[in-house]
Design a binder for this molecule. Structure first.
Ligand code: AMP
Length: 358
């Protein structure tokens, strides 16, 4: 696709969670319509989209009808099955491309790709069987982390090995599933870069944010991150390298460990990212609009940050404190319209603007 989509076109989004919701809002601000495809009932994105299809990803007829009703297909999460992509791609462009999706769906493919373009990742070994794990422990050692190759998120699908004796417990913990054993990185802190690439190959990155996790879930992202200017430059350059190598179109999140020996890539997410929510109140054009612009073939925003921001996720019943949160006039409040404030569920976030950009 080379021509920019005109206003009134329809963006198809696979996945109806909060990311799909915020993408829909951004799309509608640019005059687009959105159509959400989501297996679950009453998705948060459905409250703000023009059309919602409720069907599983195995329903190829529903996918075909969805694709025919839109001008371009994008997604808010990476675990779209290959058959679903086959059906969609035969009808409309799917952006970001399939190779980017396949690379980030599988931790081994992702690490092979990243090392292949010269970037640093944690020492790792493929584990398909209990015997593989014994061999992997021999090369990677301990402390280390066993992670499922696929479907991991928010620290789920992971088991730590404090010593090599923990190996067989870790293997059972993950349910004997294909995994990767990763050496434990002694990092000082974690940062992430939200980068974007347009259809003409223009790359724009937002400033790196510093991330703090609680119980395996992102708690805060703080801008500016504690980085030397050379580290900030490295983070942005390596993100551009990843985007270009994948011939990527759209927004991507790149999670990095900061170590005395440089930046180590933890993982990449081929979509808008929780650690980029700060851009809604820190930049003129946020990550959601940036993504919609990219997939619609429009020029990108400049990524410039006008404010210092602390983004805090509202998890579970933290969202019930809206009355207090809403009294802070310098905090952008973003609620996802979810009714059931279950423990561990992302219900909203707050972007506290702490001053002009420094
Ligand atoms: P992930 O799901 O891969 O993003 O991992 C979740 C969190 O576990 C990360 O944000 C880190 O805090 C921690 N973690 C993951 N991999 C490593 C590693 N190789 N070394 C040290 N900590 C890690």
């Amino acid at each position: 696709m080379t021509k920019a989509l005109p206003q009134g076109s329809t963006i198809g989004i696979l996945g109806g969670g909060q990311l799909g919701r915020m993408l829909s809002v951004a799309a509608s601000r640019l005059g687009f319509k959105t159509h959400i495809f989501e297996p679950g009932a009453n998705p948060p994105a459905g409250h703000v989209a023009d059309v919602v299809t409720t069907a599983p990803y195995s329903d190829l007829d529903a996918l075909v009808a969805f694709a025919k009703s839109v001008d371009v297909v994008t997604f808010e999460f990476e675990n779209v099955p290959a058959d679903a992509l086959d059906a969609l791609e035969s009808i409309r462009p799917v952006l970001p491309n399939r190779n980017a999706l396949a690379t980030s769906q599988d931790r081994i493919a992702e690490k092979d790709f990243l090392t292949g373009i010269g970037l640093k990742v944690a020492p790792y070994a493929n584990v398909e069987t209990a015997d593989d794990l014994v061999a992997a422990v021999g090369t990677v050692g301990a402390p280390s982390i066993l992670k499922t190759r696929r479907f991991g998120y928010d620290g789920k699908g992971q088991s730590r090995l404090k010593t090599t004796d923990d190996a067989s417990n870790a293997w059972d913990d993950l349910g004997n599933t294909p995994s990767v054993l990763e050496g434990f990185i002694d990092f000082s802190h974690e940062v992430s870069v939200i980068g974007a690439r347009s259809q003409s190959g223009e790359v724009v990155c937002f400033d790196p944010g510093e991330n703090i996790h609680r119980d395996g879930i992102l708690h805060t992202t703080t801008l500016p991150a504690n980085l030397k200017s050379s580290q900030r430059m490295d983070a942005v350059i390596l993100t551009g390298q990843i985007l270009n190598a994948l011939d990527y179109v759209g927004v991507m999140g790149v999670e990095l460990f900061v170590t005395p020996n440089g930046l180590i890539v933890n993982e990449i997410a081929p979509r808008v990212h929780n650690s980029g929510h700060w851009t809604q109140n820190g930049c003129v054009i946020d990550q959601f609009e940036q993504h919609i612009r990219a997939v619609a073939g429009w020029p990108l925003g400049d990524g410039k940050r006008h404010s210092n921001v602390v983004m805090t996720n509202l998890i579970g019943d933290e969202v019930l404190d809206v009355e207090t949160l809403s009294k802070d006039a310098s905090a952008g409040l973003h609620l996802y319209g979810k009714t059931d404030a279950k423990a561990g569920r992302k219900m909203g976030h707050v972007n506290k603007v702490t001053g002009p950009a420094t």
